[in-house]
Design a binder for this molecule. Structure first.
Ligand code: NAD
Length: 286
């Protein structure tokens, strides 16, 4: 059987060091690092994710404040809130839960986030830095994938990586970071003609397509590392984009769903918030 890449355990390991960093920041800054979480409307998954940030953040010694707008909030109201949080010197990081209600234009509205507080890498300013290989806030999901690869694979130089999915939130930024780590990257999407041929030649396959069971056993080279980013509800169960039961016996290592990459996301947002607070401290001390 393959190595099970346990995102929950990796998150716990990281949290121990984040707790120390949070305490140091609190000491030096005279207040806790502060994440503001904006939610518009009552999407149940967004509520769950927001509360998870509040719970974990509080436990690690950060301050996490919810900022709730009604589902029929106007663009002007959201922009005003983002500007207010951007101007507030006691706020280090801002995260807007997505999806936003359909009448609100994403990603145009997210451009009103202060890039210095853009802890989920949502602004074009941050994305431009990522494109250029400059230091930046890596979107939490992508940071989770990179963390799993760092832990299990280490050096990615020369590795063949197939990324299935080319969205602006997962596939594209991930492909750029992998390129930056000197991997050979193939980006696949729903118009890729022979997906299996692309995934079968890869040392590492990352799937972020939103299609349950898309990656089958015959699409994976024996011994390959398989990372499943997908989160899908099927018959009341959460499943990934990988046909886990069939692929696991072929893979060398694989992330489960749930308990894989998704288990790291909240921790990554808090880590980025501590980084933002740390930068503020460094500027103050300069
Ligand atoms: P998206 O719908 O924005 O993009 C999906 C991408 O997959 C597109 O590029 C599309 O071309 C490609 N695709 C769709 N069907 C395909 C197919 N049959 N073959 C090959 N490629 C195909 O989705 P997204 O926001 O990038 O999310 C992808 C998945 O990752 C979803 O299941 C989502 O729930 C999950 N997700 C998880 C997290 C997390 O924290 N763990 C965060 C964001 C997204």
């Amino acid at each position: 059987m393959p190595i099970l890449l346990d995102g929950r355990q990796m998150a716990r390991d990281l949290q121990a060091s984040l707790q120390k960093t949070a305490a140091e920041i609190q000491q030096e800054l005279g207040r806790s690092a502060h994440l503001a979480v904006v939610q518009v409307g009552n999407d149940p998954a967004s509520t769950l994710y927001r509360k998870a940030k509040e719970r974990l953040g509080t436990r690690l010694g950060l301050r996490v404040t919810p900022h709730l707008l009604p589902a029929d909030a106007t663009e002007a109201e959201l922009v005003a809130l983002l500007r207010r949080l951007g101007a507030d010197p006691t706020v280090d990081g801002i995260l807007v839960e997505q999806p936003l209600p359909p009448h609100l234009r994403t990603p145009a509205l997210l451009q009103h986030l202060d890039p210095a507080k853009d802890v989920d890498g949502s602004t074009w300013a941050t994305q431009g830095r990522l494109f250029a290989g400059a230091s930046c806030f890596v979107p939490a999901t992508v940071a989770g994938v990179m963390h799993v690869l760092e832990q299990h694979v280490g050096d990615l130089t020369g590795k063949d990586v197939a990324v299935v999915g080319a969205s602006n939130v997962v596939g594209k930024p991930l492909a750029l970071l992998l390129l930056g780590a000197q991997a050979t990257v193939t980006v696949c999407h729903k118009y890729t003609v022979n997906l299996a041929a692309q995934t079968r030649q890869a040392d590492i396959v990352v799937v972020a397509a939103g299609v349950p069971g898309l990656l089958k056993a015959d699409m994976v080279r024996p011994g390959a590392v398989v990372i499943d980013v997908g989160i899908n509800e099927v018959n009341g169960e959460t499943v990934g984009d990988v046909d886990f039961a069939a692929v696991a016996p072929v893979a060398g290592a694989i992330t489960p769903v749930p308990g894989g990459v998704g288990a790291l996301t909240t921790t990554m947002i808090l880590q980025n918030t501590l980084t933002a607070a740390g930068r503020k401290l460094a500027r103050a001390n300069a």
